[in-house]
Design a protein around this ligand. Structure first.
Ligand SMILES: [Mn+2]
Length: 321
């Protein structure tokens, strides 16, 4: 494991002028906020920087990369590669496959306990709520005076990875960082509205239709919604719109296990399980060969829909305390 001193020396190294920053596929606020914050700081040090992502950068995050332009340099010029918020080379995505080869990533800055240590050097702080929080503290250590736009990037990284300061990974440390970033003039009302409140009309329509198939069991402690084959075909909803539904069942009062069942192909369903502290989501999913985190996990079950519902409900009931 590296120290902040060593990362600072790595970034300041006068023999290196060019940096590539890698972000993970299906990008979120943390990987993009971290990537563009680090990009801005490196540029302020006179470095040339390219931020790369396999899927491009989604419009909904455009406020993070406003004004960004990719620097260019000759192929023969040396450069260093930094991965942010990428626990595993598998998460780099198809278009960044080149960087999955051993020895291509020089430094990885991350907060996932599951980090595969694929980079030449790694800094992982598994207690940090977000990679953006690690960077905030690193910049503080380096005595870098961050500007408002960099603060926007870091605030967004922390806010999104903590579910707007609601998840269990929300710590006093995260709030202290957020407070310091607010003092830089970050428009947190706008950011949190964009990240948490606004939904596309199509997403709301899909949600409505999925809620029409709401089932409850175990006295209302288990709530299930279904994204059926018909709904998938008629709605035209994209991956992000559908995966966003996973949080919905747990919002129903009295629910401790929220389950979203999604059609994949013939008699094959993908399940997403979210829980309160009354059940372990990963234990529920492990019964079917899946897994994940204690409050959010997933699995696949091959069976007719009614049978899928019965099986997952039985597992949920077994693991409810
Ligand atoms: Mn993260």
């Amino acid at each position: 494991m590296m120290t902040f001193d060593e990362i600072a020396a790595f970034l300041k190294d006068e023999s290196v002028n060019n940096f590539i920053i890698l972000t993970h596929k299906s990008p979120d606020g943390d990987t993009l906020g971290s990537g563009f914050a680090l990009c801005r700081v490196l540029k302020s040090m006179g470095k040339k920087v390219k931020v790369l992502g396999s899927d491009g950068f989604p419009d909904r995050y455009s406020f993070l990369y406003d004004g960004y332009s990719e620097d260019s340099w000759q192929d023969t010029e040396p450069h260093k590669v930094i991965a942010v918020d990428i626990a595993d080379t598998m998460l780099m995505g198809k278009n960044l496959e080149y960087y999955t080869h051993p020895g291509t990533v020089d430094l990885c800055i991350d907060h996932h306990v599951s980090n595969k240590m694929y980079a030449k050097q790694t800094y992982v702080d598994a207690k940090a709520s977000a990679t953006g929080l690690v960077l905030f503290e690193l910049f503080g250590f380096m005595e870098i005076d961050i500007d408002k736009q960099t603060a926007v990037c870091l605030y967004t990284a922390i806010a999104t990875d903590t579910g707007c300061f609601k998840y269990e990974n929300t710590t006093p440390r995260a709030h202290i960082a957020a407070a310091a970033l607010m003092e830089k003039g970050v428009d947190y009302t706008r950011i949190n509205r964009l990240m948490f409140d606004i939904k596309s009309r199509r997403r709301i329509e899909v949600e409505q239709a999925a809620l029409a198939h709401l089932d409850q069991a175990v006295g209302g402690r288990v709530t299930l919604i279904c994204v059926t084959k018909e709904l998938l075909e008629t709605s035209g909803a994209d991956e992000a719109e559908i995966s966003g539904l996973s949080a919905v069942p747990l919002t129903v009062e009295g629910t401790d296990v929220g389950i979203t069942i999604r059609y994949k192909d013939d008699d094959r369903y993908k399940l997403s399980v979210r829980t309160t502290d009354k059940a372990d989501a990963s234990a529920i999913c492990k019964e079917f060969g899946g897994g994940g985190h204690i409050r959010a996990a997933g699995c696949e079950i091959c069976a007719p829909l009614d049978e899928v519902k019965r099986m997952i409900t039985e597992s949920a009931q077994k693991h409810l305390s």
